[in-house]
Design a protein around this ligand. Structure first.
Ligand SMILES: [Zn+2]
Length: 136
């Protein structure tokens, strides 16, 4: 998966930014195609010209889609087969804890995207099983 970016105004942090470009009419496609990008950038919310639009990685998507490192994979292999309750006991003795690889943020994202209705630890157990399963 490639990293996704969003373009953000450095003043207000908003995404209502635009960039000047030249468009040329394409007879084949019957539409205006961008043929050149220029330096002029503008924030609609601040109503100012910008020197530079900020390019920001979209971290949540990346966290979910990023391939795991070797260390993270071995941490998950160690926990593979443990049910949610056992993970809870192992990493969450005080409450408030989270798994070192599968973060609560990742779980919240999955809940928001309606991928799961499970609680955090059950989802983590499921996720670990999924990630450590031999690739077919
Ligand atoms: Zn702005």
């Amino acid at each position: 998966m490639t990293t996704r970016y969003k373009m953000v105004c450095p003043h207000c942090g908003g995404e209502n930014v635009s960039k000047d470009a030249t468009a040329r009419w394409d007879v084949e496609q019957q539409s205006w195609l961008i043929s050149g990008m220029h330096d002029g950038e503008h924030c609609d919310d601040c109503d100012v010209e910008l020197k530079r639009i900020l390019e920001v990685e979209i971290p949540l998507d990346q966290a979910v889609m990023a391939p795991f490192s070797v260390d993270q994979m071995s941490a998950m292999e160690e926990d593979c087969g443990l049910p949610g309750g056992a993970l809870d006991d192992k990493y969450n003795p005080e409450g408030d804890g989270e798994h070192p690889v599968i973060s609560r943020q990742m779980w919240r994202q999955a809940v928001e995207q309606h991928e799961t209705i499970s609680g955090y630890w059950d989802w983590t157990a499921h996720k670990i099983a999924e990630e450590t399963a031999p690739q077919g």
